[in-house]
Write a protein that binds this ligand. Structure first.
Ligand SMILES: O=C[C@H](O)[C@H](O)[C@H](O)COP(=O)(O)O
Length: 224
């Protein structure tokens, strides 16, 4: 296992140790959250009694295969803890997510959770957001108009593709990845983008007061 994968595993397992009996747990998406779900699966096999809501079909599949009981918002209203990855975390704990295309479900789950744990390797921890192009979930109809509007906001948009076709999210939408350079005011940018009809959600996860677990390649783990 390479050093970055080892760091992701360490962050994921550290976060899993915060899951206690009886909790309702949000399961994140991506290659770091994967390790948390894997560890929680082991804990469930050893008798841990929890229920979980997954932030993507992929994570739900992983959880079901591990025997983690899955519930939904038709059964529950709030989660005790949400463990998820990030694409960028700034020093003031603002976050960009959505590199894996799951930002909408991830945000719904994060907002429904009392405690939010973000797991990331050291490469994700930055001074200010913006190097990672901001993922935006958009409805397919008229996506070209959203694309052009983003250009008028000095954004550099790219329609995400997979096998030369538009990438389709678990919700049947498209993703535009849009660079805005250094994001000086993420709250203002998020509000501006949410005003554009056709944008369903942005990958800016702001003011959520997360606990961020950062794993370093040298084996060190810091919780911020
Ligand atoms: O849509 C995907 C999510 O926001 C992921 O949590 C994020 O992209 C980080 O993924 P990874 O841990 O694979 O870098």
């Amino acid at each position: 296992m390479d050093a970055i994968t080892t760091a992701k595993k360490a962050a994921g397992e550290k976060a899993a140790s915060l899951v206690h009996p009886g909790m309702l747990v949000g399961l994140g998406t991506g290659s770091t959250a994967y390790w948390a779900i894997k560890k929680i699966g082991e804990m469930v096999k050893e008798g841990l009694n929890i229920q979980a809501v997954a932030t993507s079909l992929a994570s739900e599949k992983q959880a079901r295969e591990l025997g983690i009981p899955i519930t939904s918002f038709s059964e529950i209203q709030q989660l005790d803890i949400d463990i998820d990855g990030a694409d960028e975390v700034s020093e003031d704990l603002q976050i960009i997510k959505g590199g894996g295309g799951s930002l909408l479900r991830e945000k719904i789950v994060a907002l429904a959770s009392r405690k939010r744990i973000i797991v990331a390797d050291e490469r994700k921890y930055v001074k200010t957001l913006g190097k990672f192009p901001l993922p935006l979930e958009i409805v397919p109809f008229g996506w070209e108009l959203v694309f052009k509007t983003l250009q008028t906001l000095q954004g550099v948009p790219t329609l995400r593709t997979k096998d030369d076709q538009p990438y389709i999210t678990d919700n049947g939408n498209y993703i535009i990845d849009c660079s805005f350079g250094v994001i000086k005011d993420p709250v203002q940018l998020h509000q501006q983008l949410k005003m554009i009809t056709g944008i369903v959600e942005t990958g800016l996860f702001l003011n959520l007061q997360p606990t961020v677990i950062i794993a370093y390649e040298n084996g060190e783990i810091k919780a911020i």
